[in-house]
Design a protein around this ligand. Structure first.
Ligand code: E4P
Length: 215
């Protein structure tokens, strides 16, 4: 399972990139707005691309099919590593159908059902992003949706990749891994917590103390 950073915070992306295990990033308008980056939408996205060698998902800001298509064509002209996030509305699915024929990489964002994932796959979407945490928030089992999409896509040999998104804590990462997600996209804070284990910290501290006696 690949790890993506779900962030538009340049400091966090730079720090995470140093770990050498982050294969890409996902952004959305809320993340860009709170990321604190200076410059236009395009400048911020280009800065993220400079910090990582993998793909970066960028969300369309319009809701009508033709405007989404125009936006997506523009974004994908910025770099071959851009993936365009489009929601599974009637207009969005229709836009993905056109864009996939043009070779524009797309990510079905805000995916909350197997039906939406199926429509995206039939439209030729590159990635689907089931939003685990937001489903959990309304009393549904978000990770069950990830597992269902992975299992069903595999049964029908559908090539669309599954990104477990809206992950809120390290247990979500473990569950996404077990559910067979191809990618987990997570906030910087969750990545930090994945590294942490109190027994590792205690173990290092004991080894360092004992090392004083042998130097
Ligand atoms: C994924 O692509 C989304 O940007 C993200 O995971 C949404 O997470 P949230 O529900 O915590 O906002």
């Amino acid at each position: 399972m690949l790890i993506f950073l779900d962030s538009a915070n340049l400091e966090h992306i730079q720090s995470a990139a140093r770990l050498g295990v982050v294969s890409g990033a996902t952004t959305n308008p809320s993340l860009v707005a709170k990321g604190g980056g200076k410059g236009t939408y395009k400048e911020i996205v280009l800065s993220i691309l400079d910090l990582l060698s993998g793909e970066v998902s960028v969300e369309v800001l319009s809701e009508e099919r033709n405007s989404m298509i125009e936006e997506a064509r523009d974004y994908s002209s910025w770099s071959p590593r851009i993936v365009v996030k489009i929601p599974p509305t009637w207009e969005g699915i229709s836009a993905i159908s056109i864009l996939s024929q043009e070779g524009v990489k797309t990510n079905l964002t805000l995916c909350f059902s197997l039906n939406q994932a199926l429509l995206g796959a039939n439209a030729g979407v590159t990635y689907v992003s089931p939003f685990v945490g937001r489903l959990d928030d309304v009393g549904e089992d978000g990770m069950r949706l990830v597992a269902d999409i992975v299992e069903t896509f595999s049964r029908y040999n559908i090539q669309t990749r599954v990104i477990a998104a809206s992950l809120r804590h390290p247990l979500h990462c473990v569950q996404a891994f077990k559910a067979g997600a191809h990618i987990a996209t997570m906030p910087y804070e969750v990545l930090l917590k994945m590294v942490d284990h109190p027994l590792t910290t205690i173990g290092i501290s004991r080894f360092m103390k004992d090392a004083q006696r042998i130097i």
